[in-house]
Design a binder for this molecule. Structure first.
Ligand code: G4P
Length: 546
């Protein structure tokens, strides 16, 4: 029997949609030291992606100090796999996206979260919600990303779990729905109750396995079984029973829909370091985190919904990393696929430039290895090596007509003047600064008058990283100096209004890397002042590339 082309096409769409539905693409957000690196590693262990502890940890430790962090940047060639880690487990493909931990990189984090379908919020059980948790949470809320909460370090003295739930509800306006409940914490941590299965999962301090291996935890047992007394004394048992009743009475039952809409967060407890509660968390990610969904894009100017099962391959670049290999000036663009069945060797077109590229060496990142990606589906992230063709925010598709929005540049919070020590190298400096700006890490403004460049960043650390990279990758010694500017705003409006404004403020006008006009204000007050005096000109805090 032969099938009609229409039926074949329909079958292939079903196949593509089914593949996309297997994807779980998520990021971990946390305040530094809450345990993101330890949890990442233990999720990879739980998912069978790595066999021994230590592979990811080493990097977490290195991140502690600034100089080490820069070294890590230089060594991107080997540590780049941290940007995304893919593993196949329990019939699902998990893509774990790494978000930079330092607050100076919030713009980068924001963009990474645009590529995630869900986030795991890790809290230190002793500290609850910390400043950086709150900041990252707000980014997730802005993007309507559903959040799973993992309360970590239960093997240490923790806050009262009821107080942590109150904090989640109060500070984040999110309904916490605990799926488990801990018995004690610190030295008295005995395990946790699994509400759905009505079973108790005992915590073991020390496993029986060989040194260096993960601690083994005894199997779960029915909560009502007699053998529970081997793990909990009568007081502990009655406390757990009472608390479990109390929390179930006081909190709303877990509702997947409410979670997907960003109103509710399922709460897990555990100890990433002791590999406790991690299997349950991974199971929860698989069960509740959403697969990739449809995205509203523009097709030739008109709104169009792109579905994961659509035949046309499409995606957007949310991150670019340059100089991963110091011998080659190539860059890797991280493309989050939004639809279709990508195959190696395929030709994709960049929407805004119309450039076509053959993706012959796409990379997928499996824990510690990189591999050539033969195929990929919506939700997957592939690395595309290129020579500056791809930039953050680019939309790629087979037709080249699709454009995805939502990857803005934010007005920098610090603006500095940059000079190269050797004046003969001024030309090189321009190229190098443009290269770094194209990666989307820092922003570059060229004042209309004068020859200096102004570099903008969200935080001071970015300047240090930048100076380090300019020295190592471009052999340029640079000096950053205070600039007279406090704020940068993209100016938009009718041509005549803009020209009028620009003509009167030539000394403070600049262009960004896309030649878009930017007003450099000396104080926040000045921004307010010009906004009032020129009501027809818009002074934008963020911009999306045209
Ligand atoms: P981060 O990526 O969020 O910054 O945190 P990271 O995983 O590096 O963990 C920060 C510290 O917290 C590390 O301790 C780590 O061992 C510890 N930690 C993480 N999860 C747990 C847990 O469940 N229980 C306990 N008790 N500790 C945990 P460190 O002393 O800074 O480093 P190390 O000397 O242990 O390597």
């Amino acid at each position: 029997m032969t099938t009609s082309p229409a039926a074949e096409a329909a079958n292939s769409r079903v196949g593509i949609a089914a593949q996309a539905a297997r994807r779980r693409t998520f990021a971990i957000i946390s305040h530094p030291d809450a345990g993101k690196t330890t949890l990442t590693e233990n999720l990879l262990l739980a998912g069978g992606a790595i066999r021994a502890a230590g592979q990811v940890r080493a990097r977490g430790e290195n991140r502690r100090t600034r100089s080490d962090w820069m070294k890590i940047e230089r060594e991107r060639g080997i540590s780049v796999s941290a940007s995304v880690m893919t593993f196949d487990h329990a019939g699902l493909m998990f893509n774990l996206l790494d978000t930079p931990g330092h607050e100076d990189f919030s713009e980068d984090t924001y963009r990474t979260l645009t590529a995630a379908d869900a986030a795991i919020m890790v809290l230190d059980a002793a500290k609850g919600i910390e400043p950086q948790t709150l900041k990252l949470f707000e980014v997730c809320r802005l993007r309507d990303i559903p959040i799973i909460t993992f309360i970590n370090k239960m093997d240490r003295e923790a806050q009262d779990p009821f107080a942590i739930l109150d904090e989640i509800a109060g500070k984040l306006a999110l309904d916490p729905a605990p799926l488990y409940w801990p018995a004690g914490s610190g030295g008295r941590f005995k395990g946790m109750l699994d509400f759905a299965r009505d079973s108790f999962i005992p915590f073991a301090k020390k496993g029986g396995g060989p040194a260096g291996q993960e601690d083994g935890h005894p199997d779960a047992l029915a909560f009502k079984s007699n053998s529970i007394s081997s793990y909990l004394d009568p007081d502990e048992l009655s406390e757990l029973t009472d608390n479990a009743e109390l929390v179930q009475g006081a909190s709303k039952p877990f509702d997947v829909q409410s979670f997907l809409e960003g109103h509710m967060t399922p709460v897990f407890f555990g100890s990433a370091l002791r590999h406790f509660g991690v299997d349950q968390l991974l199971e929860g990610i698989g069960a509740y985190c959403p697969p990739p969904k449809g995205v509203v894009a523009a097709r030739s100017g008109a709104a169009a919904e792109v579905l994961p099962g659509d035949k046309e391959v499409s995606g957007f670049v949310f991150k670019v990393q340059a100089n991963m290999d110091p011998n080659h000036r190539d860059r890797i663009a991280f493309l989050r696929l939004t639809s279709g069945e990508f195959e190696r060797g395929m030709k994709l077109k960049v929407q805004n430039t119309g450039k076509q590229l053959s993706v012959n060496a796409p990379i997928m990142f499996f824990a510690s290895d990189r591999e050539l990606a033969e195929e990929a589906f919506a939700g997957d992230v592939i690395g595309i090596p290129n020579h500056g063709v791809l930039r953050v925010g680019d939309s790629l598709s087979e037709s080249g007509s699709l454009r995805f929005a939502g990857l803005p540049n934010f007005a920098p919070e610090i603006l500095q003047r940059v000079r190269v020590k050797d004046p003969l190298k001024a030309k090189h400096l321009k190229k190098a600064l443009e290269g770094l700006a194209e990666e989307g890490v820092t922003q570059l403004f060229r004042p209309t008058m004068g020859a200096d460049f102004i570099v903008g960043a969200v935080g001071q650390l970015q300047f240090e990283v930048m100076a380090d990279r300019l020295a190592n990758e471009y052999q340029l010694e640079v000096i950053f100096e205070a600039s007279p500017y406090a704020e940068a705003r993209w100016t938009c409006g009718d041509k005549a209004d803009l020209e009028d404004f620009q003509g009167k403020h030539r000394m403070q006008m600049a262009t960004d890397i896309d030649e878009q006009p930017v007003f450099l204000a000396k104080t926040a007050w000045e921004t307010g002042y010009v906004s009032e005096r020129y009501p027809k000109v818009r002074f934008e805090r963020s911009k999306e590339r045209a």
